[in-house]
Design a protein around this ligand. Structure first.
Ligand SMILES: [Zn+2]
Length: 267
């Protein structure tokens, strides 16, 4: 009896895995790409209707981690984007394609950073400028200071970046797990964040990144009510042209991402 149970669990696991990998292409696609077994062929419609939105956090000196990319690796990745003729889209452009369910331009990619670390200004911004690439930084409104923080970008730095092609958007007021807050608490947090970032840096805050990728139906309801147009998640995958605009998937680039994997992700 025990053996039979084990056998059943094994079979069920295999079936579930097959379902995820084979039937649910939305999940399988980036996974297969990363594993070097890409199934999507260039020229097919699916290729044109999806885009990688890269998710970075910290860009550091000489350090790699899951959310930390060494600045030399980052430079190699950005150089690859530039040298190979990829176009970096803004989130405004992504939103337009999602609204219209229109194919994305050939060889396009989106670059995003969460949290607004100071090293984004010190290490990433000069590289983005060097290669003339567009990017979005999602900042936490309460973390914006006049320079007293050694961890997060100052107001002056954020303003400078915003004036030079880096879109500054919202990562909430307080970086709390939104799904743990009530509807009215979420409304307050997201409302204050939008107002503060608009007043201080960018009068056009329309996009949101959920801290820890956590959200619920109330989050989406509150964000829509406040005039946000689109939100990005930490759900792993390519963003499709028919994506739900408040559940947009991204592809995390951990520090250990080699160039072979990076090239596969960009396709
Ligand atoms: Zn965050």
């Amino acid at each position: 009896m025990k053996y039979k149970n084990k056998n059943f669990i094994f079979k069920a696991t295999v079936i579930i895995l097959l379902f995820i990998l084979v039937l649910n292409g939305r999940i399988a696609e980036p996974f297969l790409r990363i594993m070097g077994k890409t199934t999507r062929k260039k020229g097919k419609d699916t290729y044109k209707y999806s885009i990688p939105i890269l998710m970075y956090h910290s860009i550091s000196d000489n350090k790699n981690g899951f959310f930390v990319v060494d600045k030399n690796n980052f430079r190699k990745q950005m150089k690859y984007i530039k040298d190979n003729g990829y176009e970096t889209l803004t989130l405004d452009q992504v939103y337009y394609h999602i609204l219209q369910d229109k194919p994305f331009p050939d060889k396009s990619v989106v670059i995003t950073f969460d949290d607004g670390y100071k090293d984004n200004y010190v290490n990433a911004y000069p590289v983005l400028k060097e290669f003339d690439l567009k990017a979005t930084i999602f900042v936490v409104a309460d973390y914006i200071t006049n320079g007293s923080s050694t961890i997060y970008s100052s107001l002056k730095e954020l303003r400078e970046m915003n004036e030079n092609g880096i879109d500054i958007q919202c990562h909430t007021s307080s970086h709390k797990k939104l799904d743990k807050l009530s509807y009215s608490e979420q409304l307050q947090d997201l409302g204050l964040a939008k107002e503060k970032i608009e007043n201080l840096i960018n009068n056009n805050v329309k996009f949101l990144a959920y801290p820890y990728g956590r959200y619920n139906n109330d989050t989406i309801k509150a964000a829509k009510k406040l005039g946000y147009e689109m939100a990005v998640t930490t759900h792993m995958g390519y963003c499709n042209a028919n994506e739900e605009s408040f559940k947009v998937r991204r592809i995390c680039i951990p520090g250990f991402t080699g160039m072979n994997i990076f090239k596969r992700i960009l396709y």
